[in-house]
Ligand binder design. Structure first.
Ligand code: DGP
Length: 121
């Protein structure tokens, strides 16, 4: 699985394109989706070059995997939608063609701030 260094999220990671940043650490960057589908629509991406969840799962280090999963929780807390301080959220990762993935850098969507609705159309 080859990684396209010119995908839009790679450019955001290199600061070549701006984003509305929510959180950043050693493992993840999180920013608001440019085309929000819910009141809150954030994206969380690993800093490493991974095309999708399968690529990540097979190649990422344990620290990167833990960093990404923990990152989702940190960001949900920051947005006040985690289940301990808020009303919850949905996180999804679209994978490749049938999953409807448009940007070929692994990303989790975080939807919240209102009832998210049915899981699939
Ligand atoms: P997906 O279909 O899962 O690959 O979702 C890609 C998402 O990325 C989509 O909801 C729109 C968002 N997106 C695309 N380009 C940009 C961008 O330049 N900036 C931001 N913030 N989001 C983007």
């Amino acid at each position: 699985m080859s990684y396209d260094n010119n995908n839009i999220f790679a450019k955001i990671l290199r600061n070549e394109i701006p984003c509305e940043k929510i959180y950043e650490d050693e493992y993840v960057l999180s920013f608001y989706d440019v085309n929000p589908q819910k009141k809150i629509h954030a994206l969380v991406i690993p800093k490493g070059k991974y095309v999708n969840l399968d690529d990540f799962t097979s190649k990422a280090t344990s620290d990167e995997i833990v960093g990404l999963i923990k990152g989702i929780n940190i960001i949900a807390k920051k947005l006040n939608i985690s289940s301990d301080i808020g009303k919850g959220y949905r996180t999804i990762a679209n994978v490749s063609e049938h999953g409807g993935q448009e940007v070929p850098h692994l990303h989790f969507h975080i939807f919240g701030g209102e009832k998210v609705g049915k899981i699939v159309e």
